[in-house]
Design a protein around this ligand. Structure first.
Ligand code: WTA
Length: 654
């Protein structure tokens, strides 16, 4: 994008959104976070984070909070020592909460498991003993390539317990992606499964590991969990069945404590171009930051809430808010293996009704899918247990926000739009459910203890009503420490654009009240005839039309206007084929909602959109289509046939 203030002209457009929802009175009355929390954090930044460190059980209590002397390489709680797995498990058992359910697991085929803290602790101890017997030492990396099954949590915590950083590779990734991650961080042991269930049938996983390992000679052992029971080739001397090898281990294991800055895990970010970045998170600060934000943003009451992060363990959302923070906080969580429409489109709502889920955390793309399927589906279930709804991963369109709040939240639950990244580890910008009057589409304000700014290209804060680049102006406990094996890339990517500020790569704007609206990645901001427009803004306008279920907008190179707006839309089921004039109708609608200059040059009606396995729309591929180019790399798509479908589909359109 051209380096000017992102989204400046768009501000007034998105902000004709005037709806605002006060926190529910009863929630506010007993909320974890109050206005005073913001004041405390602002008055004494380090004191605030020193206080939050008390959420953890330390071997040696830290006396130091932040060491920024080697900026941008941070140390948090550097003289403290702790064990992550002990914090997630044993201490709850020792405190008499061993019988509390840690996870209600719902397998896709309908099998269920109720796993208490005591049981999970035993399983993790066994797995830790198994890893030790396999010669895994403190500091060694272990790759985890699994479906969404409880053993994924066991594997992660077993690694953490012995100080072996894990790198979880999403089970939907290819053998190549797995191999490149194994090689990049020098993995010697892999934990996988025979397969997992996907849309009603078993899908093999182990063959991808076998394929990957052809180019990874350093991997000594593979532990294989039996999930589907499908026939699985085992390599003599290398592969071991988890149930045999881990099952025979002792449930006794005394956790060692490690320095707070000991590496906890490496998570590769998909990165739209170039080599994936291995984001390194360390132990003490990460656990403090995630445990605090989980408690704060969702108003978590661990004794009574049933919390559900509907994200895969293979992503940072799964790491922070499905595994580490909920367990450190002693919460009860749902873990669901499958897709939302298996065996029927009400599966999520059935799970919420069954377990009386109180907090749901998911991505806008899921919400828009549910909108497309129609509100009569959730209407058929009792969702009255829900009290807080969360959103993550992309800007939530006002329409999706309002639909979520209305049809899922019964018009009462706050919608907590959480802005953060793999790199930040923890929520950074989010309304607080008991304090903030939420605006549909806005992430609102930094969480207490976090300092962000929206700046112009020179790094000066923009005023209210203006747009620019999002930066973080103070270190935060769960921040990435570096890119694995590439300190220079860490400095270049995040800390070189502006002096002393973390460059997030997102465009944002402040409204008249100073509240923050995210505009998407800065590279998704378009410049059409000198007018700055965000893809998100036009997508929101399209989705606000009653015939549209989902929309993706890209800027395509255009000789006259620099960039031109090209939109791909999926119509709602009840809109039929939309009628002959649907494209005109939608263009006019965008003109009306935003401005005639925002009218897409082209609108293409499609059946599906290309998405990565984490649910992000691959705009790059849509841009290829919009610019009539050969398609780029499609290997990270959930379903690469989608692109053929779109192309076929468009062959008949003007
Ligand atoms: C985007 C996912 C708007 C943003 C936790 C960020 C969001 C990138 C939001 C990180 C949100 C995430 N509103 N945009 N609430 N949350 N993003 O690393 O562009 O998979 O930079 O982390 O997602 O994606 P990642």
């Amino acid at each position: 994008m051209s380096p000017q203030d992102a989204g400046h002209e768009t501000l007034s457009n998105l902000l004709h959104e005037e709806r605002q929802f006060d926190p529910p009175t009863d929630l506010a009355a007993s909320a974890n976070v109050t206005r005073a929390t913001y004041e405390q954090a602002a008055a004494d930044f380090e004191g605030f984070w020193a206080e939050q460190a008390k959420r953890l059980s330390w071997g040696t209590e830290p006396t130091q909070t932040l060491d920024w002397s080697g900026a941008p390489f941070a140390k948090w709680y550097a003289d403290g020592t702790l064990n992550a797995a002990y914090n997630a498990l044993d201490r709850h058992v020792e405190a008499g909460n061993g019988d509390r359910v840690a996870f209600f697991f719902e397998g896709e085929p309908g099998d269920t498991r109720e796993i208490t803290y005591a049981q999970l602790t035993d399983e993790v101890r066994q797995a830790a003993n198994a890893l030790l017997e396999l010669g895994v030492k403190t500091g060694d990396r272990v790759a985890i390539y699994l479906p969404m099954i409880p053993e994924a949590v066991v594997a992660m915590l077993a690694c953490a317990r012995i100080g072996a950083p894990h790198t979880v590779v999403f089970g939907g990734f290819s053998a190549d992606a797995l191999a490149s991650r194994i090689t990049d961080c020098g993995v010697e042991v892999v934990i996988t499964a025979d397969g997992g269930y996907r849309r009603g049938s078993p899908a093999a996983l182990k063959p991808a590991v076998d394929e990957a390992l052809k180019s990874c000679p350093d991997v000594r052992n593979v532990l294989v969990i039996r999930r589907t029971g499908q026939e699985t080739a085992m390599t003599e001397g290398r592969d071991l069945w988890w149930h045999e090898y881990v099952g025979k281990q002792s449930t006794e294991h005394t956790p060692e404590t490690f320095p707070a800055e000991h590496p906890l895990y490496i998570m590769y970010t998909s990165g739209s171009t170039g080599k994936p970045k291995g984001i390194l998170h360390t132990t003490g600060g990460y656990l403090v930051g995630t445990a605090y934000t989980h408690w704060a943003s969702f108003d978590l009451k661990p004794e009574t809430d049933v919390f559900w992060t509907a994200a895969d363990i293979g992503w940072v959302t799964g790491h922070s808010y499905l595994v580490y923070a909920p367990l450190v906080n002693g919460a009860t969580s749902i873990m669901y293996e499958g897709t939302p429409d298996t065996p029927h489109k009400g599966r999520w709502w059935e799970i919420i009704e069954k377990y009386r889920v109180t907090i749901l955390y998911c991505a806008p793309t899921a919400i828009r899918t549910f909108m497309k399927w129609g509100s009569d589906i959730p209407d058929g279930f009792d969702l009255s247990s829900l009290r807080v709804l969360g959103s993550v991963g992309e800007p939530i369109n006002p329409e999706a926000y309002v639909w979520y709040r209305h049809f899922i939240g019964g018009d009462e639950t706050p919608v907590i739009d959480t802005w953060w990244q793999t790199e930040t580890g923890m929520h950074m910008i989010a309304p607080m459910p008991g304090v903030t009057a939420g605006k549909p589409g806005a992430a609102m304000t930094p969480v207490p203890g976090v300092a962000v700014e929206v700046v112009d290209m020179d790094g000066n804060p923009v005023g209210n009503g203006e747009g620019g680049y999002l930066v973080v102006t103070k270190p935060w406990p769960a921040m990435l420490r570096t890119i694995w094996g590439d300190d220079q890339r860490y400095v270049d990517t995040y800390w070189s654009r502006y002096d002393g500020m973390y460059f997030a790569g997102d465009g944002a704007k402040k409204d008249e009240d100073g509240d923050i609206w995210l505009l998407g990645r800065v590279d998704d901001v378009m410049n059409v005839s000198g007018h700055r427009m965000s893809t998100t803004e036009i997508e929101s306008a399209l989705v606000s039309h009653p015939k549209v279920a989902e929309a993706a907008v890209v800027g395509a190179a255009d000789e006259t206007t620099g960039q031109a707006i090209v939109a791909f839309v999926i119509l709602r089921a009840d809109a039929g084929d939309g009628g002959p004039d649907v494209v005109k109708e939608l263009r006019d609608h965008v003109a009306k909602e935003i401005s005639p200059i925002a009218k897409p040059r082209q609108i293409m009606v499609v059946e599906e959109l290309p998405k990565t396995r984490s649910g992000k729309i691959m705009r790059r591929l849509l841009r290829d289509i919009a610019e009539n180019r050969e398609l780029g790399d499609v290997t990270t798509l959930t379903d690469s046939s989608v692109m053929n479908l779109i192309k076929e589909n468009l062959a008949g359109q003007p």
